[in-house]
Design a protein. Structure first.
Length: 238
């Protein structure tokens, strides 16, 4: 039987119990007092622990030994135009598995603004982090207009998935970026001409082609993140 892996907001210190969901551990996972649990919080590494207390509505887990030290998040940032709810949730799950350090929903002319629930998306990211054995949960921001996201941008190279613009192939754009690039993916139907013109006026923005086929927004996000991680991220073994 596999050992449950749980994210906690609490500090992890040997012998210091942290709260957990009794309904989840006992009712869903069918675990009991004394069963092993793995814990992480994005700050203190990964810990081996055991269930010390379990009731229907609450539980406590005691960390016993740190088994992996914390590492700083190094993945790309994903700016994702709001798409339909199921697609947005799928992107958050897969982007978490692919190692992004932050997911920032943006609102564009063709976005679906009423489908961005940051609280719900954070829970999805947390569950994905528990499953894929990463040591942190990516930050999921509130949806903001694209122009506002660009106005507060820190200058990190930003690659825009932009078909029909004669853009450089994605692999070339990733390789030419002076640092780990972030990724911006538009909504279904793509960016408007005005949005693309505004984007390319920023010195930190570069357009990148994702090949000869038109991809769905969620496919584009996952495919491009895989390329970035393979060439410049933790898939490259650096």
């Amino acid at each position: 039987m596999s050992i449950p892996r749980l994210f906690t907001e609490s500090d992890l210190v040997a012998g210091q119990a942290v709260p957990a969901s009794g309904r989840y551990l006992g009712g869903v996972l069918r675990r009991g007092v004394g069963d092993p649990v793995t814990l992480f919080n994005g700050r203190d590494g990964e810990w081996r622990g055991r269930i010390a207390h379990l009731r229907k509505d609450d539980a406590a887990v005691v960390p016993e030994e740190r088994v992996r030290p914390q590492v700083a998040p190094s993945g790309p940032v994903l700016l994702m135009a709001a798409v339909k709810r199921d697609a947005m949730e799928w992107v958050v799950e897969k982007a978490t598995e692919l190692g992004v350090r932050a997911i920032r929903p943006v609102l564009t002319a063709r976005a679906v603004p009423d489908r961005v629930n940051a609280t719900r998306l954070t829970l999805i990211a947390r569950e994905a982090a528990e499953q894929c054995e990463r040591l942190d949960v990516p930050e999921v921001g509130e949806a903001v207009p694209l122009h506002a996201a660009l106005d507060r941008w820190d200058g990190t190279p930003l690659l825009v998935a932009a078909e029909r613009r004669g853009a450089a192939p994605l692999a070339d754009a990733v390789g030419n970026a002076p640092a780990m690039p972030a990724l911006l993916v538009g909504p279904e139907g793509g960016f408007t001409i005005q949005e693309l013109d505004a984007l390319t006026r920023h010195p930190f923005v570069a357009a990148a082609s994702l090949g000869p086929r038109i991809l769905r927004a969620e496919t584009a996000a996952v495919a491009a993140l895989a390329v970035i991680q393979a060439l410049r991220g933790d898939w490259a073994g650096r």
